[in-house]
Write a protein that binds this ligand. Structure first.
Ligand SMILES: CCCCCCCC/C=C\CCCCCCCC(=O)N[C@@H](CO[C@@H]1OC[C@@H](O)[C@H](O)[C@H]1O)[C@H](O)/C=C/CCCCCCCCCCCCC
Ligand SMILES: O=c1ccn([C@@H]2O[C@H](COP(=O)(O)OP(=O)(O)O)[C@@H](O)[C@H]2O)c(=O)[nH]1
Length: 453
């Protein structure tokens, strides 16, 4: 041992400490997940402190087989005061017709549709929801991506997590139970590697905000310059959380994880999504270039096994196998906590899904580093270090990114009335009710609820 160069011992000691730290992260995630998730809040509204109104922004782009069902869950929530602000950028998007049908089906729910988006920055999601944000009338703002499904009490849960010190409550991303291996893979990713980081980061007060379902204090966002102030970033979620906490406000996750329920679920698109997210993280938090690969089970296990062999003369193979087994069991435990019920797949499928995730993780990360161009739906972007984005011209889309299948509008769904209403660039305001279940009288037909900007 003594003839080996000294720096090698330094590296070995570093990897052993990192390995130990990672197991602490496992432990924190399991304990915090058990404590925090699926807990029913006992804080009930009183006459002196009624539940606040919430303006819900729904950015939509294209239609998938579950969209109608997912959107419908927003019309049937048990919450006394909210408005739904659906936002669609393209006037030919078939999502318009779907929203109109829902507006007709639920005339007592306070809901509007905004078509045309805005041009306040590079981020197409921000551009899409900005008209809805400008029209929002309540003190609380919820941003909820198109693939999110709500339980009856999800909004209540989020509002009850918003204390006097909090300005941001977000849902930890998770998935609905769906059939097929791609759905298993998604659940394994969100319920293991992602939950581990998300839960421990929230427990330790580290910004890990993913903005697919979040509740914000509108006054705080207004104070920060409005949503337009975040239009220059693609990862608006990360920067919203950063600025909000810099003002002294707190953020935290809600008790219910977010139920992603997109009707399009395939391995290729999901991997492309993970690659896109990794590119964002690398640009925003450059230390992830080192931290992410190092925190992968197979990579860290190999490094720790060599280090343990060097430092303590332990058998590296036995160390490696025990490390993988313990990691696997700990991931199963964490996934069970996040799922909070029976698993939609057999244990054997979990084994396959887990190994597939562990083997593909480092590869996807390298892929993200290799090609910095970011394809998001119909557009391609690049990021400056720090996270400021710029859009690339359409013909500059790299071929390697073509595995992404953007949600393409199906033009056949568009009716003549919708097209005519959308083509007329006049602005028509909707008749609004005062909250869920509190409306009066018949409302105009859906086509009059179209706001074209
Ligand atoms: C000793 C242990 C060290 C641990 C090292 C941690 C390594 C991290 C490993 C895995 C990463 C897990 C991923 C966490 C979830 C992030 C998901 C994500 O990338 N989301 C981004 C994109 O979201 C979409 O963006 C567009 C928007 O319009 C959509 O609505 C969004 O859904 C999002 O932008 C990123 C947010 C947070 C990034 C945080 C990066 C820091 C991670 C390091 C945290 C370390 C915690 C260590 C705990 C002890
Ligand atoms: O050009 C775009 C891309 C996305 N979105 C919306 O932004 C949200 C998140 O998009 P996506 O699911 O593609 O992002 P991810 O969760 O994969 O990061 C969804 O509600 C989309 O409808 C949008 O309005 N315009």
């Amino acid at each position: 041992m003594s003839h080996l160069p000294l720096p090698l011992y330094g590296f070995a000691a570093f990897f052993m400490i990192f390995w130990f730290g990672t197991w602490c992260v496992h432990l924190i995630a399991i304990c915090y997940g058990k404590y925090k998730l699926h807990k029913k809040s006992c804080k009930l509204p009183t006459e002196s402190s009624p539940l606040p109104g919430v303006s819900i922004l729904k950015p939509l782009m294209g239609v998938d087989p579950n969209l109608q069902h997912n959107l419908e869950t927003f019309f049937t929530m048990d919450y006394p005061l909210y408005e739904l602000l659906f936002c669609v950028e393209d006037k030919h998007d078939p999502a318009i017709k779907l929203v109109e049908q829902l507006l007709d089906k639920y005339p007592l729910i306070d809901a509007q549709l905004f078509v045309g988006g805005s041009d306040v920055g590079v981020n197409p999601k921000i551009n899409n929801i900005h008209p809805g944000y400008m029209a929002a009338k309540y003190d609380f703002l919820m941003i909820s991506d198109s693939g999110i499904k709500m339980k009856n009490d999800t909004l209540l849960d989020m509002v009850q997590n918003m204390s006097e010190q909090h300005a941001l409550v977000h849902q930890m991303p998770f998935t609905c139970d769906r059939d097929g291996f791609a759905a298993t893979f998604e659940k394994v990713f969100f319920g293991t590697v992602q939950s581990r980081i998300y839960l421990s980061a929230d427990a330790l007060g580290i910004n890990c905000h993913t903005g697919m379902s979040c509740l914000l204090r509108k006054a705080v966002i207004d104070q920060l310059g409005g949503l337009r102030a975040f239009g220059c970033y693609l990862a608006e979620d990360f920067f919203i959380a950063k600025r909000v906490t810099e003002l002294g406000w707190k953020m935290r996750i809600s008790n219910q994880p977010a139920l992603q329920n997109s009707g399009l679920c395939d391995i290729g698109s999901f991997q492309a999504r993970l690659i896109r997210w990794a590119k964002l993280r690398v640009a925003m938090v450059p230390t992830t270039i080192l931290l992410e690969p190092l925190s992968e089970c197979l990579v860290l296990g190999a490094l720790a096994a060599c280090s343990a062999s060097l430092l303590f003369a332990w058998d590296p193979l036995v160390f490696y196998l025990v490390h993988i087994l313990c990691w696997f069991l700990s991931d199963w435990l964490l996934l069970s906590i996040v799922q909070h019920g029976s698993m939609p797949f057999h244990k054997f499928e979990f084994v396959i899904g887990w190994f597939f995730r562990e083997l593909s993780g480092p590869y996807l990360f390298l892929h993200a580093l290799w090609n910095p161009a970011i394809r998001w739906r119909t557009r391609t972007f690049k990021l400056h270090w720090g996270g400021v984005a710029y859009e690339l011209p359409l013909n500059n889309t790299p071929a390697s990114e073509s595995l992404i299948a953007p949600l393409q509008p199906a033009p056949t769904l568009l009716t003549a009335t919708t097209a005519a209403a959308a083509a007329a660039t006049t602005t028509t305001t909707t008749t609004s009710t005062t909250g869920a279940g509190a409306g009066t009288g018949p409302l105009p037909t859906a086509k009059h609820r179209l706001l074209v900007s």
